[in-house]
Design a protein around this ligand. Structure first.
Ligand SMILES: Cc1ncc(COP(=O)(O)O)c(C=O)c1O
Length: 413
């Protein structure tokens, strides 16, 4: 692959070998695809030839989106899915089976925590939660039954940043893959493969999309973990014929296609379109978040700010070594009480009060009474959530306007 830079891939996707005739964009809003002969379909379904038959299995819009994500994450292949949760589920279910354990950071998006504790445990798959910034704790959690390590590059919503090089070394030592949720960092901030991630997942509904108009997810295999001829992963025997693509083939065919977690063509189109401006948006998200975090840190009504871009953050040095000078667009801050937090939200002007992140628009939400509402206080605390906290997904508006909005609201409460 020629040495193009990420911004070029964000716009064009696949460059070498791209089809040079036909529309530059379009939506293949078709459930199935007709072929000239019976043999043509047989060849596609038996993988002698690449092509499309049925949109639950594949569709040209999905391929275009997958190619872009694969290039940006430097993978050997990608699978698009209906949501970030579908991506987390399929990525892990392809590896885990009844009786297995896996290690997970406890700084997690609520849906992921719920998937692990409500659903996986019903099938005899046991999550072992650790503080993902405590390397010793992770090391000590590895047992013979451990089949993978799962962490978020930047924890949502705690905004903590684990040392991923060290975690990937633990995984390597144990002969297990590191599965990384790179949603909050995106490939713009963090080159996950270079830091040892074996499998990368994203909720594409966030920064990848960028405009809050499509839910989607993606899995990328960096190709660094060998599942074949591996006693620990004997389930992969059947997929050996796919060579280096064994993990992707197993995940796609055994899990994703059977569960029917397909992305729609329309959403794949919107996600590909969103990717065209990922770098431009991320730069602005990061600059604005840094400016806002600095403002909030110095405000007397604000009790605490969590953002790894702040020099006072305990995660600053690790974040700097991994993300260089950009620290993402998500931060949390705490006020005196839940009442004050609600009052803050209700006094907003252009901020949007909704449970999403990564939108061009600045978004705020009270996590404890929304995204984390189903959990008791101990679980909320473990996941890094409390009643006084507001989560901000800092948008790409003018940073002066964002800060003025916060200043005005804080004056009123
Ligand atoms: C870090 C992270 N992973 C996964 C998800 C799930 O993504 P989706 O809502 O697209 O299913 C989210 C959603 O907020 C998230 O923040």
């Amino acid at each position: 692959m020629a040495d193009y830079k990420p911004k070029t891939f964000e716009v064009h996707g696949k460059i070498e070998g791209r089809i040079k005739s036909g529309p530059t964009t379009g939506i293949y809003q078709s459930t199935a695809f007709e072929h000239e002969t019976a043999e043509d379909i047989e060849n596609i379904l038996s993988q002698r030839k690449f092509g499309y038959t049925y949109s639950r299995i594949n569709n040209p819009n999905l391929t275009a989106f997958e190619e872009k994500m694969n290039l940006l994450e430097k993978g050997i292949g990608a699978i698009s899915l209906s949501s970030g949760m579908a991506a987390v589920s399929a990525a892990l279910l392809s590896i885990l089976k009844t009786g297995d354990e896996f290690i997970s950071g406890k700084s997690l998006f609520s849906g992921t925590y719920s998937l692990f504790t409500d659903l996986f445990v019903r099938f005899g798959i046991k999550p072992v939660f650790v503080n993902s910034t405590d390397i010793k704790e992770i090391e000590n959690a590895v047992t013979k039954k451990t089949k993978l390590i799962f962490v978020e590059t930047i924890g949502n919503p705690r905004c903590d940043v684990p040392d991923l090089k060290k975690i990937s070394e633990i995984a390597k030592q144990a002969g297990i893959p590191l599965v990384l949720d790179n949603t909050l960092a995106t490939p713009y901030l963090f080159s996950a493969k270079d830091f040892g991630a074996d499998i990368i997942v994203h909720s594409a509904s966030k920064y990848i999309n960028g405009s809050g108009n499509a839910v989607g997810g993606v899995i990328i295999d960096t190709g660094s973990f060998e599942f074949r001829n591996n006693e620990k992963f004997d389930d992969f025997e059947k997929f050996k014929k796919y060579g280096a693509l064994a993990y992707l083939a197993k995940t796609r065919r055994q899990v994703h296609t059977n569960l029917g977690t397909c992305l729609s063509a329309q959403n794949a189109f919107l996600l590909s379109l969103g990717l065209e401006t990922l770098s431009l948006r991320m730069k602005q998200h990061c600059d604005n978040a840094k400016a806002l975090a600095g403002f909030l840190e110095n405000h007397k009504k604000v009790k605490k700010v969590s953002y790894s871009g702040l020099k006072t953050s305990e995660y600053h040095e690790t974040a700097k070594s991994q993300f260089y000078d950009n620290f993402g667009g998500l931060l949390t801050f705490e006020l005196e009480s839940k009442e004050k937090a609600f009052k803050f939200i209700d006094n907003r002007t252009f901020l949007r009060n909704l449970p999403n992140l990564g939108d061009a628009k600045s978004l705020i939400v009270h996590p404890a009474s929304t995204i984390y509402i189903d959990f008791d206080n101990d679980t909320k605390e473990m996941l890094g959530v409390n009643d006084r906290m507001i989560r901000v997904s800092v948008g790409i508006e003018d940073s002066e306007d964002i800060i003025r909005e916060f200043e005005k609201i804080l004056e009123k409460i």
